[in-house]
Design a protein around this ligand. Sequence first.
Ligand code: HSE
Length: 427
Amino acid sequence: MTHPLRLGIAGLGTVGAGVVKIVRQKSELLAARAGRPIEIVAVSARSRGKDRGVNLSDYAWEDDPVALAKRADVDVFVELMGGSDGPAKAATEAALALGKDVVTANKALLAHHGQALAQAAEAKGAVIRFEAAVAGGIPVIKTLLEGLAGNEMTRVLGVMNGTCNYILTRMQSAGLSYAEVFEEANQLGYLEADPNLDVGGIDAGHKLAILASIAFGTEINFDGVQLQGIGDITIEDITQAADMGYRIKLLGVARMTGRGLEQRMTPCLVPDSSPLGQLEGGTNMVVLEGDQVEQIVLRGPGAGEGPTASAVMGDVMDIARGIRPAIFGRPSRELAAATAAASAPAPYYLRFSLLDKPGALAKVTTALGNAGVSIDRMRQYGHADTSAPVLIVTHKSAHSELEAALSAMDALDVVVGKPVALRIEDV
Ligand code: HSE
């Protein structure tokens, strides 16, 4: 056996404790697979006294993660603190400046500073590995970087936030409102400390921006992600979309177009019979499409101690074995600028309430037609006293045409309230 790989772990929450457990409990297996022992030499966290269910007495303690990152006996800095700035960024920069490799689960850090950090790493011959930052236990980064390296990727899409998928599927199965299931998710501890990271689509948007960079050879452009959360989705949206054969998902989609990089993290309809439509609960699914492989579907746990620690250890093992692909799939100076492109045309699902009187529907269909939006399917049912819900599935329309149609509908005296419009993604 050669010399051990020595880890310094900053952040001992669920994931950090999970990594410590694996290193302690599976040391022989890891050493046999890596050809060298994997050791933890030092740890750091906010509170030293807290019981984390793991024995830390063998490791040096550092109050300051930057000091941990700089320790001469640390080969790999494992950053599991989180946060796009502050100590996580400072300690990562400190490790890279000394040429140490970094393993991180921090999607926010990479989404905001990935390009600069990759440059800092490359200048010192170090790597940053971040499997745990995207889709928890699913090895999607490795799949893109290595397994699909011979493909030109055409589209990357998926459900990348388990909490949102839990909320949407639970609303449907239990017939509960968004507010009720949000509270349930809160009680179960599913939500991030800032819940808007989950339900606002930000956490999943960070993940999509990272995947898009590797898939399309572009600099990470989180600001270019069109973001919309799930907070406005109602149980009516869910049940009526189901009546038309669809499920609502917080869906991330990235694709390179002639106009630039399209990146969206928005509620979308997908066919209920598709793998994405069938995805229940807190599970993640990433669909990767390439010119040679066509389509592959990866499904698995997107969060939790074991799955996320599993992803961290995959990266640690790669470093131990000397597997060092370029951080975002090619040297960072060769990544192209990511010009944000508007969404490609798509079919849309419209739901609105229409006054039940002669000529009302004709006014709506005329407004749609004038905006260039063509109707594919339509349903009107469940009349209340004076109005009736109407569901329309359009043929493919440009987003600008849809917007024009919606503002024309706003001006009509027969549409009650604001129509709901959701994109239907072809999956
Ligand atoms: N909060 C995320 C989720 C996991 O619910 O999927 C961490 O990114």
